[in-house]
Design a protein around this ligand. Structure first.
Ligand SMILES: Nc1ncnc2c1ncn2[C@@H]1O[C@H](COP(=O)(O)OP(=O)(O)OP(=O)(O)O)[C@@H](O)[C@H]1O
Ligand SMILES: [Mg+2]
Ligand SMILES: [Zn+2]
Length: 255
C-alpha cells in the first residue's frame, strides 16, 4: 500500500464527479498507478533499479562517438518495446563493459512492458542458478522450486548478468535449457552480459598489461554459457553493444 492516502479519492479508488447535475463514480487515476506498482513489485526488480527509465538514462555528452553509439542503443531499446511482441527476434541482449548501464536499460525496457500490461520477472543470473540448485534438495522451499519454472514460463524474462559464474557442466546445461525453451517457444527474453563476444566485434585476445609483447585471452560468453546457449541467445535477440564509456558507478563516486 502507498503510505499516503490519495488526495483525489481518499484511498477509496473512486472519485465522485458531477456531470450535468448528476453525480457519478469514476475510477481514480491512482488505481492505474497502484496496479503498475503491484506488477512491478511482483517482477522482483531490485531497489537500485526501481526507477530506472530511458528518461533518467544520461547520454555521454563529453564523447561524441560514444554519444552516438549510446543514443543508438537507447533507440534500439525503445523500438524493442514499441514493436513488442515480435516473433522473429523475441529477445533483447545488452552487452558491454561493467557499469555502462546494461541493467539500467534492461529494467527500463521491462518496466515499459509492464506498464503496457505484460507480466515480467527480473532474475539475477547467479541468484537464479543458486535457487535452481537449492531446489534439487527435497526439503527446498516452494519459491526455489518455482524459480526454474518462472524462468521458463514467465511472459517476459529479464536475465541479468548472464555468465557471471564459474561454468560447471550443470550451469551450462541449465542456461542452455532455459534459452532453448524460450527460443523454441518464441518467448521474450531480455538479457545482459559483460562478457565479450566476437559477434559484436569484441577482441578476445588482448595485450597483457604485465608482460610486454605477450597476449592474454579473455573469457568469452561462449565459454561461460556454452556454444549452444550462446548461439540461440544471439539468434533470438536484437543485440545491443554499449560503447565503453567507463563505469558509471565509479564516475558517480568521483563527483
Ligand atoms: N547513462 C546512465 N545514466 C544514468 N544512470 C546510469 C547510467 N549508466 C549507469 N547508470 C546507473 O549506474 C549504476 C550502474 O549501472 P548498471 O547497473 O546498469 O551497469 P551494468 O552495465 O549493468 O554493469 P554490470 O556489468 O557491472 O552489471 C546503476 O545504478 C544505473 O542506474
Ligand atoms: Mg548489470
Ligand atoms: Zn485516488
Amino acid at each position: 500500500m502507498s503510505d499516503r492516502e490519495c488526495p483525489e479519492c481518499g484511498g477509496t479508488g473512486w472519485k465522485i464527479i458531477e456531470r450535468e447535475g448528476i453525480s457519478a463514480a469514476e475510477p481514480c487515476a491512482c488505481q492505474q498507478a497502484e496496479r503498475q506498482r503491484l506488477l512491478e513489485e511482483r517482477a522482483g526488480i531490485p531497489p537500485l533499479y526501481r526507477d530506472a527509465s530511458l528518461d533518467n538514462f544520461r547520454l555521454p555528452v563529453e564523447d561524441p562517438i560514444a554519444y552516438r553509439q549510446m543514443a543508438s542503443a537507447v533507440l534500439t531499446v525503445r523500438s524493442y518495446v514499441r514493436d513488442f511482441p515480435h516473433s522473429d527476434k523475441p529477445g533483447l541482449l545488452l552487452m558491454g563493459d561493467p557499469g555502462t548501464g546494461k541493467t539500467h536499460l534492461a529494467v527500463a525496457a521491462l518496466r515499459m512492458l509492464i506498464a503496457r500490461g505484460f507480466e515480467g520477472i527480473f532474475f539475477d543470473y547467479q541468484d537464479l542458478l543458486s535457487r535452481i540448485r537449492a531446489s534439487w534438495d527435497p526439503a527446498a522451499g516452494a519459491s526455489d522450486r518455482e524459480a526454474y519454472r518462472s524462468a521458463l514460463e514467465a511472459e517476459v524474462l529479464l536475465l541479468d548478468d548472464i555468465g557471471s559464474q564459474r561454468a560447471p557442466e550443470w550451469v551450462v546445461d541449465t542456461i542452455t535449457a532455459i534459452v532453448t525453451h524460450r527460443s523454441n517457444h518464441k518467448k521474450p527474453l531480455i538479457a545482459t552480459t559483460n562478457l565479450p563476444d566476437e559477434a559484436v566485434g569484441d577482441d578476445l585476445v588482448e595485450r597483457s598489461p604485465d608482460l610486454p609483447g605477450s597476449v592474454r585471452y579473455r573469457v568469452s560468453l561462449a565459454e561461460k554459457i556454452g556454444e549452444r546457449a550462446r548461439s540461440r541467445l544471439l539468434g533470438m535477440c536484437r543485440v545491443v553493444r554499449l560503447p565503453s564509456v567507463g563505469d558509471y558507478r565509479l564516475k558517480q563516486k568521483a563527483r
